[in-house]
Ligand binder design. Structure first.
Ligand code: PLP
Ligand code: SF4
Length: 392
């Protein structure tokens, strides 16, 4: 595959045959989990070693050999390393620390379903991930080893979706749903699309970034069979965009799966407009639309990853206008305790006087926009035809 963007190259940290390396189950079997596993491949700092103690019984530690290979050796502050390597900083009590910052437990009508917005809901099919991001927002659920959803909970969830006809989209999430077998994924897609009002399924998965070899031909075949499937992935840094990742993203898109990226702004990892720009250009070229850039949630032990809101806005402002609109993700945060997502954008509005709105654009051009003041017209075809669809 040829690309016009630079892809990250890497040396596998474990020498093995290509058959093994490109077998995702081999990758999971050989994942690094313990301090001893990590010490075989990394010189650990004191903070990192302490991180193993602090994380015990709190948040699982695991990384695939593939993803661990993306670390540039010798830098403790390597961006990829920081996202999976435990650190003593996780033991600090955060400013607004919450185990469940999105208040998800309150929006969970049955175990495994999160229903916060009218026309879409999340279905948490597994709590397993291919790796455990140290800043994970769903630490109250992720990596607790319940693995695949229990039969009774599965049935309750499907029943919930059936009984709520305003739900048009189901977001299959977790954990990482692509850690499940192709057979299980097919069953979930089949059961959901058997419900007449489910129009769209999204799958949320970090696997294209962390274990791209998981995206196999059989899985692609399933996605084609149950179209439309949208894949919502999670790349945070250009160093994650390898040839392997690019190849699997291409397979997805070539086979009709639109791919969107939901990144998290992380202090010391990617909080610089040049990095966001580089990541976005790579993704766009690979036909992945940068969708969200999330402010990091105050989940337990993640304060050292959080960026000041003011800085997040400055980063977005620096990109606005300079970077292609297509490459620009929406900056968004979740209101703690389950308030939901809110977008926040840099301010371009200087003042409002009557119906005159004074704006200064990205490169300093300033002018007023005079807002018309006419009564809005009631469109008859809207009330007749489309209003009923909008009863959400
Ligand atoms: C983010 C989220 C969604 C999806 O939101 P979009 O803005 O449509 O991408 C749905 N449900 C919950 C609970 C969420 O947190
Ligand atoms: S892949 Fe997602 S759910 Fe899993 S640990 Fe990372 S952020 Fe959390």
């Amino acid at each position: 595959m040829k690309t016009k963007v630079q892809l990250k190259s890497y040396e596998p940290i474990i020498k093995t045959t290509p058959e093994n390396w490109y077998d995702w189950k081999w990758q999971l079997r050989n994942s690094l989990k313990t301090l001893e596993d990590f010490e075989k491949h990394f010189d650990l700092s004191t903070n990192e070693k302490e991180g193993f103690q602090i994380s015990k019984n709190k948040f699982k530690i695991e990384v695939s050999p593939y993803y661990a290979s993306l670390v540039e050796k010798g830098h403790f502050n390597d961006p990829v390393r920081q996202t999976f390597m435990p650190n003593s900083l996780e033991g600090q009590t955060g400013l607004q620390e919450q185990l469940d910052p999105l208040g998800e437990k309150n929006n969970s009508p049955t175990a495994r379903v999160l229903h916060r917005y009218p026309d879409r809901a999340l279905f948490l099919v597994t709590d397993l991930c291919s790796l455990y991001c140290r800043y994970c927002t769903r630490k109250h659920f992720t990596g607790k080893d319940q693995a695949y959803v229990k039969k009774s909970e599965y049935e309750q969830s499907i029943d919930y979706f059936k009984r709520h006809s305003q739900i048009k989209e189901v977001l299959i999430s977790g954990g990482d749903p692509l850690t499940l077998s192709n057979e299980r994924i097919e069953t979930i897609l089949k059961d959901l699309y058997a419900i007449p009002h489910i129009e769209l399924i999204r799958i949320g998965s970090r696997i294209p970034a962390t274990l791209p070899m998981r995206i196999d031909q059989q899985l692609i075949g399933i996605f084609k069979k149950y179209k439309p499937i949208y894949l919502m992935t999670h790349f945070n840094h250009p160093n994650e965009v390898t040839y392997d990742a690019a190849e699997r993203l291409e397979m997805l898109v070539d086979n009709g799966v639109p791919v969107f990226n939901q990144m998290v702004l992380l202090n010391g990892v990617n909080n610089d407009p040049a990095l966001i720009y580089a990541l976005s250009r790579r993704l766009l070229h690979l036909r992945v639309k940068p969708y969200y850039m999330f402010q990091c949630d105050p989940s337990r032990g993640s304060d050292h990853f959080r960026t000041p809101v003011e800085q997040s806005l400055q980063i977005q402002k620096k990109l606005w206008g300079r970077a292609s609109g297509l490459s620009l993700p929406n900056l968004s945060l979740d209101i703690p305790s389950g308030g939901g997502k809110v977008g926040f954008t840099p301010n371009f509005l200087d003042r409002v006087v009557g119906n005159e709105y004074q704006f200064t654009g990205w490169d300093g051009v300033s002018e007023k926009y005079i807002s018309p003041s006419q009564d809005s017209v009631i469109l008859p075809h809207v009330s007749e035809l489309y209003q009923s669809e909008f009863k959400i």
